[in-house]
Structures are given as C-alpha cells and as structure tokens.
Design a protein around this ligand. Sequence first.
Ligand code: UDP
Length: 495
Amino acid sequence: MPESELRRGFRCAPRADYFAAVAGRDHVVIFPFMAKGHMLPLLHFATALSAQHGRLRVTLVTTPGNVAFARSRLPASVGLVALPFPSFPPLPEGVESTDALPCPSLHLTFMQATGLLRGPFAEFLASLPSPPLALVSDFFLGFTRRVAADAGVRRIVFNGMSCFASAICKALAASPPTSFEPGTMIQVPGMPEHVAVRAEEVPDGVTKRADPDNPFTRFFMDEIGDSDVRSWGVLSNSLDALDAAYVSALESFYETGARAWLVGPLFMAAGDMPDGEKKEQDPEGCLSWLDERAAHPGSVVYISFGTQAHITDVQLDELVHGLVQSGHPFLWAVRSDTWSPPVDVGPNNRIVRGWVPQRSILAHKAVGGFVSHCGWNSVMESLAAGKPMLAWPMIAEQHLNARHVANILGAGVRIALKVGADVVGSAEVEEKVRELMDAESKAAKRMRERAVWAQQAAKSAVSHGGTSAMALLKLVEELQETYDDGVVGKCANSV
Ligand code: UDP
C-alpha cells in the first residue's frame, strides 16, 4: 500500500474516500486472530461475502506482519486495515502470527499482546462515518466485542471450531465431571446421547477451567468467555450435514436469540473448489510431484500436522520409520527446520518444508489419504476432497475432531491413544497407514465411502440453495433488517 494511502494511526488503510462512500448497513468489518488456522477461514469468509453480496463493502483488520499473507488471498474489493502490533516482551519483535512463535509457552503472551490492540481498534471503529452492519471477530479477541458494543455494533464471534467440539468444550466447562481421570468415558451433558468422550480427549483449556490460578484460565475468564457468549451470533466454518445435531446444544450457551450460522466449508463458499481449478501457491513444487504419480490414483499418503504443533525429533523419527515401513509413497509437510530424517526415504517419497498448497494437494487424484493432526480446517479440507484421514490429534480440540471424523462420521481411523505414552511408535504408524491406504480392505473402503459422502454434502451445502449458501444469505438479510435496532439495542450490552 503506497505511503500516500496511509492515514491516522493505521499502518495501512484504504483511501479515505473508501469508507465515506459506504453506508454502515452495507459494511462488514472482519478481525481474525493472527494464527493461520484462524485467519484463513475468515479470509475466505471475507471473499465469499464480498462476492455474494455485491453491495456489501468488506474490511479486514489485521496487523502489518499479516498484510502480505492476507492481501494475496483476498480479492481487491476487500479493504485491509493494519493496526500496529504492540511491543510486548518477552514476545520477540516481529512475531505477529502464532506459527512464528519460537515455543508453545509463548502462546498466552501472544494472546495478551493482542489485547493491547483494543485502543487502536476502538479508534478505527470511531473513525468510520457510521457503525458497520456487524463485526465478525475471533473469540480470542474478546476485547473486540466490548469495543463494538461501545460503538453500537453487533459482534459475531468465530472460533475456528466445529459446533460439535465447541459445544462439548462449553458443556464440560460449565458442568465438569467429578474427574478427568484418563481412560474414563464422559457422557456430555446437553449433547445427543451418542456423544461421550474419553477424558484425555478433553482440551487442557477445559480441564483446567476449575483452577482459577491457572494463567490461561484467568485470561480466558477475564478476556474471552463473557465476550464470547454475549455475542450476537456465532459464525461456524461447518455445515449442517456434519454438525446440525450439535447446534442447539451450542446455542444454549449464548444469550437468548443468538444463533449459530453454519456457512462452510468457507474455502468452497469463497469459490475455491477442491477440484483444483484455482491452484494455490506452490513454492515446493508439490503439485507437479503429485502429477508424476497421477497414473496411480489414491496411491500417495499426505502428512501434515498444521501450523501450531511442536513435535519432538524422537516422534518425527518414529513417524518416518513407520511411513517408510508401510511401503506407501508419501508427501510430508514438516514444520521443523532442524530435524532431518534418520533414514533415506527413497525416490518415491518427498519431505518438504515451508508453505504447501494443502487444499490442492488433498484434491489431487494421486492422494489417497491424509495423516492429520485434525485441526478443523484440515478436517474440512480433507472431507471436501473426499479423502479419509488417519487422525493423529495433538493439542486443543483436535482430539474431539478426531472422534467426530473417525467414530461419528466414519471417515477415518485413529492413532491409538496410549495413556501415559509420549511417543507413538513406528509399528503403530505402519499399521494405521496401511489400514488407511489399503485399497482392498472393507474398513478402508468404508472410510473412503464416508469421506466421499462428506464431499458430496460439502458441495451441495455451498451450491445454489444449499444449507451453507442459504445461511450466508440469511445472515446478511437478518443483520440488515435489524440494523437500526442493532445499532441502538446493543449499546446496552457495553461493558
Ligand atoms: N496450511 C496450508 N499450507 C501449509 C500449512 C497450513 O495450506 O503449509 C493451511 C491448511 O490448509 C489449513 C490451515 O493452514 O487451512 C491450518 O489450519 P488447521 O485448522 O488445519 O490447523 P492449525 O494450523 O490451526 O493447527
């Protein structure tokens, strides 16, 4: 963005006449949390909104270090505003996205730093000629609801999770079981009868909720929880076919009248279909490598654990041994810059570092299965491509996603969770990769059928008249119909 376009305290902002030309009721502001798995779906949401509602002006708020990533994934019609990222030692200068954190223990510090964006964000909202139709912001950015309420703007919260996982987390935080003893099955209150989870699948953030001295709990209580449930609505990157059964349980934790809007898969709603029409950036040449294997459809295993998990070298060693032993060709996106494989992986296999075009990889016909940490975006992308998963969750709500995919949807198999064991051995990896990729076994065929069922459901949800397409239309319609009420009514919610 040229210097001439900078204005006020914002490091990057559209021309001054950009905001003057748009009525508040036609303007949506989106503020994603600065983590790739949280930001990508809201970039897709911005794109979908801008494309489907021609009159709407969409502005995405972020920080300077995230502008290039966001700009390259947004149409020119979406405006970008960058608020200066606060300096907050011991957070290293220049770290503006969680995937750049040198260690996971800085995650809370990062979230605390983002809380300092409250002032600049309030200044930005105050600079608008009239209150926008709505603010869509991440639940980690709890301050945004209070700022929005002060400005008379309704906030729609986004947390990047499925309704299934969100509802379980809320239910177990509100009514914890007598113990979270590993190995016990917990029936989740308020959820359909088939929903029981193992204690060790419950995210740390939920099991520690009863401990007021835990720093994450304190941050959650002070900054996130209340703002979340007092939001006007919930935006969900999911679809009815996968998640409708859990919507009412989720909505029960919000104020009366707040609804969950299932508008996913958002990358498909944005027009990025998984049949590879629009190729993503591919600096490592993964897609041409896969093209060379296209004569063997479904033969390659793709492996990725997302952008957050820090995996030990010992675990990476076991994994590579298991993959090689399985005999199935693999493409593995490794996050670690320092680890190198202790075995020669041979010409049929490829290990890459750096950014990979995951959606296009999953959609490639050479790929038959996905070894995944089950971040919700990865789950949606795998299902949208009709590919089954070997679910290997690591942190947060990923264990619940693994249960959703494998035990409920039947579109995957799970790495065995051994209580007390830190490392999954190569033999387990080998066995489960074979189970996933075996072309002939009844179990693998069934998984593939279920994944293809989910793919069809995703396609139909975002197509004309589909559940997600309709939800997106209705969301805007309802916001616009109640714009004046919202502007006045919600001021009372200010804290
Ligand atoms: N992603 C990608 N290329 C990469 C790394 C990640 O396209 O090299 C995308 C991936 O497709 C997904 C997101 O980043 O959309 C990661 O989100 P997810 O919820 O799967 O996991 P997280 O990184 O949040 O744990």
